[in-house]
Ligand binder design. Sequence first.
Ligand code: 3PG
Ligand code: MG
Length: 429
Amino acid sequence: MLKTHDIKLIQDADLRGKTVLVRVDHNVVKKGIIHDPYRIDATIGTLYHINAKGGKIILMSHVGRPRNKKTGDIDISFETSVQPIVDYLQSKLHITIKVPDFYQHEKKGFLGIETSINHLIRELKEDKINAVYLPNTRWFMGEEGSEIEMDRFAHQLAGLADIYVNDAFGSWQAHASTVGVAKYLPSYAGYLMQKEIANLERIYNPQNPFVAVVAGSKFDTKIDSLYTLLKEADYLILGGVIYNAYLCAKYGFKIKGISEEDMQHAKKFVKYASGFKGKLIELPYIVESDTLDGKLEGKHRIHNIYKLPSGHELNYVLDVAAESFEEQDVLHVFNSAKTIFVNAVMGFTPHFNEGTIALDQLIDDNREAIKLYGGGDTMQELKRLLPGLYIVALDSPKYYIFTGGGAVLKAIQEKTFMGLEPVKALRKS
Ligand code: 3PG
Ligand code: MG
């Protein structure tokens, strides 16, 4: 399938004796701790393949957002270090991985790759170590710097290896390590990249009925994909702040904490959605609360707010209530679906969980449907709230859990993955 898109695949590369620079998305470290290694585990097939075919592995990933957008300063500290990932891989795979020490940096990050890396590459070639893991790509000024800086860094990266493999589907931003380097090396899509693209096809050409559930804490990052989903899906269901803003715009509720910006987006969206009668399924019960802290002694937490009169003033709305998923029309939509896409944490975490739990359980009840989960938070909450279901989902052919969130939404919004810059770079290479 991918061949027709002129992307070279890792299985077609001659890797024997070659040094292979692999861009992964191991962006799973928060404050030095790995919360969920799923994204790391998902790349192990590619690493195993390279090793089995006699390739020498140099890994790289970004971690977090160490660059201050306003000043351009880069914070090089343990919080965004790749070290926890390296520790995880070493103990899981019983291999030795070394991270080069670089010293030359200023406020704007590491100046570039230092020649001190050469002795590690020698150790790699002599099989004294199993892999090199570069420091966080976003610690380098060239990763997302000016065009000249990016190109210089891409060149330096290319100088380290014979072949470039991109297995970082989630890292859709056009940076030196995701796009730039593909210009200078024969470049291939890794197995995870291929798998994610193949599963996107199941969204582009779904078995119908196709239901999409999208929730989030802000309208603006998801709004464009919502327009597309309203057109392409049979049903769309909203949750989170997005849904609150929608309710305010449509019914004139006043809900605490909705930004003016979200309201503007919501108003436009409501107008647009009125052209798609019956597609947007409104979950009727929401959880109102005066506290973001969940069930506390002496604090009230109201349930069962159903078809409120227009103009009603509400406190915070922090979840959809589980009762929403017992309504006949909602049940019908989920039970008859053949494809379900979920990018949704319904409630305000960590205390408001009933909406997400009810949603995920109802989706699981439909044994026939293909269930596609996207987004780091969506996955993390599934794991936290329904660990048993999460474990089943990892291996079930009826489920696919994307490693990318933003990347999936962008690919949905554009109705093709070919617009993603790293994919374009692979095609050109
Ligand atoms: C993610 O975690 O969403 C991806 O790794 C992309 O990270 P970014 O949004 O900081 O580019
Ligand atoms: Mg993200």
